[in-house]
Design a protein around this ligand. Sequence first.
Ligand code: GLA
Ligand code: ZN
Length: 675
Amino acid sequence: MPKSFKRMLYGGDYNPEQWPEDIWSEDMRLFKKAEINSVTINVFSWVRIQPSENEYCFEELDKIIHMLSEANFDIVLATSTASLPAWMVKRYPDVTRTDFEGRKYKFGGRHNFCPNSLTYQKYSVKIAEKLAERYASNSHITCWHICNEYHGECYCENCEKAFRVWLKDKYKTINDLNRAWNMSFWGHTLQDWDEIVVPNALSEHFEPRYTFFSGMSLDYKRFNSEGLMNNYIGERDAVRRYVPDALITTNLMGTYKPLDYFKWAKEMDIVSWDNYPSYDTPVSEVAMNHDLMRGLKSGKPFMLMEQTPSQQNWQPYNSLKRPGKMRAQSFQAVAHGADTVQFFQLRRSQGACEKFHGAVIEHAGHEHTRVFRETEALGRDLKKLGDTLIDSTIEARVGILFDWDTWWALEYTSGPHEDLTYLPQIQRYYDALYKKHIPVDIVGMDDDFERYDLLIAPVLYMIKGKIDKKLENFVAKGGRFITTFMSGIVDETDNVILGGYPGKLRDLLGIWVEEIDALLPDHANTIVPIDGTFLRDAVYQCNMLCDIIHLEKAEAIALYGEDFYKGMPVLTKNKYKEGTAYYIGSNAEQKLIDELIVHVCKDKGISSLAEVPEFVEVSCRTKNNNKYYFIINHLNESVEVSLPFVGYKDLLTDKITLEKEMLKPFDVKILVDHS
Ligand code: GLA
Ligand code: ZN
């Protein structure tokens, strides 16, 4: 099986087992009509293929796979292990989870198996193995999809025991563990491994967000993420034993906090993810999620495994996607690196909680619907593109650092300000670039920093390993670096790096932060630029946290305008060998961030792809030296733009780009220089 696709997969989750067989052939007709070329099956069919402990029954799945193979669909075969069979729960209660409050789950729901249940591990691997053995030679199976949306946390006794083993392996001695968790605080020193209990509502947490011992809670996050990942690995390896060249994935969920997806992606052949924005989610947030998913494997294309063609059912308000919006969203994913466009789901279920979830085939049951027509039109677009974009990449000179450990630790921290959360801070810097149509990568701590000219690390609270050295090398060679308040504070156990903030970043930034003030929600301070800087206004607002900064080697660009630290630096710049490092000591208003980013980009010769309004998205994929420019109007109204791509051909319409182009509501263009 090749490690990428021959054609852009177009299709999605299909659950024929929920329907009588006589509907299946009608489904095939409708899929073909909509140019659907791929279906994802067997996502929740565990009990159907293993109706009891020692009984496996593949007749129905054989039939489905045969039908799809005959019709030349690319099959994404799931391993079905996301919903536990009722018999398994009844017979082996260890398969279900215990929640944060200590409540043991019964049969019901899905995505709720205990990662450390030996029963779950045994039977999930076994079913994956049986499937792989049975369908290994089917060349229509293009991709293997392990389980579904790995999810959540468990706090059961099995997990507690496994946590102890995990900790012993990590820390070797109980004293080292005590040191890492700072257990001399409140006299919590442990003397034996079996004194360790899971950190939850019954032990060290005073709220899900807050913990008395963040080092411990942080380790539990890592342990849980790894535990679920080991479930994935178990099944993946089972598939591999029979299908050595299988392309294997599991669907991720964007900025999903409990799982460290950078670690997961290392175990996946291709990243896939499910994109479910609400009716009011900003388009730049969706763009950031796509870029994160692409960043997980350092820029490799990913799969858009799920999205709804029309509406969801699980949001408070499940608005329809306005005509054209689903197409624009699909191309937005492609513009950011997706090589597939897949839906949940192809036929809308009749009952249970997803009966009001959109599908390609609605309850009306035929093709004469708006949603079907839009799906069909998009199918034709994708067919026209063929394999042009497959495996193309995105070239970015700017990277934003993203790190799950930092996210977890920052939000576990009690103080200095409860409004400080990780994602909005990342998003603010992403938005500054997005608005200017400057391509950006989301970069993991293990990635090569030197591919970039500018690296931004908002609230880089935790300094893991030798990240400080890696950043110093990056800047020393001429890189530009921007970081903010609450950076460089702790090590990977969430213990403060002593000697003054921002700890190991102090030399690079040339500052010392003596104190961190927390402002009440309706309070603010001001940022006053020093004369002659790139900042255009006389004064800017800032709030939340205010670092009290002393310059060591850095120079000040702007000073506080209020309070007892009025006149002290808030925005600084430090020349470090060939490069420059900037520090923003407070939660500055967006305008200041925008201006700083524009200034630094200009300084490094990093330019916009096009000068168009911010709601018109511009991005670019590159393949064989050809650049494909995506122009997406995210507004439900027409807008005229001047594009720097005059004479380029639109791959979707074959039209040649003029100096002024009128974009229709949710219009999409993919422009290439064909001269
Ligand atoms: C998730 C799941 C699907 C379905 C959709 C509904 O992404 O993977 O099975 O429940 O949500 O939005
Ligand atoms: Zn458990």
